[in-house]
Design a protein around this ligand. Structure first.
Ligand code: SF4
Ligand code: SF4
Length: 137
């Protein structure tokens, strides 16, 4: 049984899908999530918060004590594509508030630079149009 090899890791966490962070308030909330123990946030095309906490129905032999009554989410878990049987690399993965803070700062810096480039391009275009009009073109 796979449980014996990995210690039933799939029964030792839950995940919650998060909407992408866009505002300062989102940043602040995620930063707060990551200030807590046993929390990670990662991106796989969708943002997830992982809460590492053991299911209360996992017995001491790493077996499900309510196997017949287990929730659908457990029934639908695909052992073949189990993320613990291979190397799963998340595009982005934060284990600490500091890691997330650094990423957010860099993201904000890139957004500011992009806005500045757009404003400069718009200004240059406006100037060009004004010059053409002045020439009567
Ligand atoms: S499905 Fe994956 S994580 Fe779950 S018990 Fe099997 S090998 Fe471990
Ligand atoms: S209900 Fe059973 S299968 Fe589902 S997480 Fe708990 S121990 Fe694992």
């Amino acid at each position: 049984m796979c449980q014996e090899e990995c210690g039933a890791r799939c029964c030792r966490y839950i995940t919650v899908i998060l909407p992408p962070p866009r505002t300062k308030a989102d940043y602040d909330e995620w930063s707060w999530f990551l200030a807590h123990e046993n929390i990670a946030i990662y991106f796989t095309g969708q943002w997830h918060m992982e809460v590492r906490t053991k299911c209360r129905y996992l017995d001491e032999k790493n077996r499900c004590a309510i196997y017949e009554r287990r929730p659908d989410v457990c029934r639908e878990y695909d052992v073949e594509s189990c993320e613990f049987s291979g190397d799963t690399e998340h595009k982005l993965h934060f284990e600490t508030k500091e890691e997330f803070d650094r990423w957010w700062e860099e993201k904000r810096r890139r957004e500011r630079a992009r806005r500045k480039r757009r404003a400069q391009a718009a200004k240059a275009k406006k100037k060009k149009t004004a010059a053409r009009k002045a020439k009567g073109g």
